[in-house]
Ligand binder design. Structure first.
Ligand code: SF4
Length: 351
């Protein structure tokens, strides 16, 4: 019987993000994500979708596991072309195994027998065409971890750029210098989840804190537009000390990186912690502002977090972009090339 994995393996090409470590034994090392899997002939990486066939790394190509049109604020990006429509695609598999994953049905393919979804066979040209027909001005690799299918993403993004669309990554940030260099010419914006400031927590999720911190610095230094999200999970990462650590770290990279603190809802295998309250979100946002971050947002609670959904000018505090959830109510920056209409301060972003 043909399994889903068999079908996915048929839709692969030779990868570019790997090196041969032992030609005689056909051992290779993948560097598409921070795991840097050493894979023997016939073996698979931690993500389950990249595998070694005769000393060649085979990587996914020519399909998607999810396809949807979203407002850019849902990604969330608050500082790239407000209210733009984004065609968003997801793939199958992930390099982490977060127990609260909201997209576990695609991300945990290969790890959880309940997960997996029929792929939609497609091409870069078709995805861009679908996006254009729906009014999208950007395309995003999202829902599962995009780093593990970076070669396919670059194929799509090259076509998107040819057609005048922006290209975005919505990622857990478990990157490597090699993959960031590889992606840089083909990307316009990168969102990273900073899930905790505690390495023990990251190990539970299948990651390493330092990889994420290093990737945040690398992405910022590369000149890509970067926004950071921390999902506030009660009891996991919501202590004031940890939130201060996160805010101070981001501040040390740049005070102009937007920080979104968003609300957790019980999902997948993490059903014990209660949902994040509005008060918790506001407390976290206040820590961000007190630490010196210029753009802090509280998400997933439309109309219930005071002014923390809006963009303020860091100099005169005027509200320059007003939002309700993912909807932009007013954008004063569209006519000013990103400058505050009150005091002319530059509001960082891609307007
Ligand atoms: S993408 Fe990451 S998890 Fe997958 S094979 Fe490469 S290094 Fe391993």
């Amino acid at each position: 019987m043909t399994t889903l994995q068999d079908r996915l393996d048929e839709m692969t090409v030779a990868g570019e993000l790997y090196e041969v470590v032992d030609p005689a034994e056909k051992k290779i090392r993948c560097f598409a994500c921070g795991h840097r899997c050493l894979i023997r002939d016939g073996g698979r990486g931690v993500c389950k979708v990249r595998y070694n066939e005769g000393g060649v790394l085979r990587v996914p190509h020519g399909y998607v596991g999810a396809l949807q049109v979203d407002p850019i604020e849902k990604k969330p990006f608050n500082h790239i072309t407000p209210s733009a429509t984004v065609i968003s695609f997801g793939m199958l598999g992930c390099d982490l195994h977060c127990s609260y994953c909201q997209n576990w049905e695609i991300s945990q393919h290969g790890r959880d027998k309940q997960a997996g979804r029929d792929p939609y066979v497609t091409s870069a040209a078709e995805l861009v065409k679908i996006g254009k027909s729906r009014g999208a001005t950007a395309i995003a690799s999202t829902y599962n971890e995009p780093l593990i299918t970076s070669e396919w993403a670059v194929t799509i993004f090259k076509e998107a750029h040819r057609q005048g669309m922006k290209a975005l990554y919505i990622s857990n940030g478990n990157g490597t210098p090699e993959v960031i260099r590889y992606l840089r010419p083909h990307l316009d914006g990168y969102k990273i989840d900073l899930k905790a400031m505690n390495d023990k927590t990251y190990r539970q999720l299948g990651g390493v804190l330092q990889n994420v911190l290093d990737t945040i610095r690398l992405v910022k230094e590369s000149g890509l537009w970067l926004e950071i999200v921390t999902l506030i999970v009660p009891g996991l990462n919501d202590s004031p000390d940890e939130l201060w650590d996160a805010a101070r770290f981001i501040r040390s990279v740049s005070p102009d990186i937007p920080w979104h603190v968003t609300a957790f809802h019980p999902d997948y295998r993490m059903t014990d912690p209660p949902s994040t309250t509005e008060k918790m979100l506001v407390n976290a946002a206040e820590i961000g502002a007190e630490a010196g971050l210029h753009y802090v947002y509280a998400g997933n609670a439309p109309g219930r977090v005071g002014d923390w959904e809006h963009t303020r000018c860091p100099s005169c505090q005027r509200i320059v972009v007003r939002r309700f959830g993912f909807r932009v109510i007013e954008n004063q920056l569209s006519a000013t090339a990103g400058h505050c209409p009150g005091c002319q301060t530059l509001i960082h972003g891609v307007w």
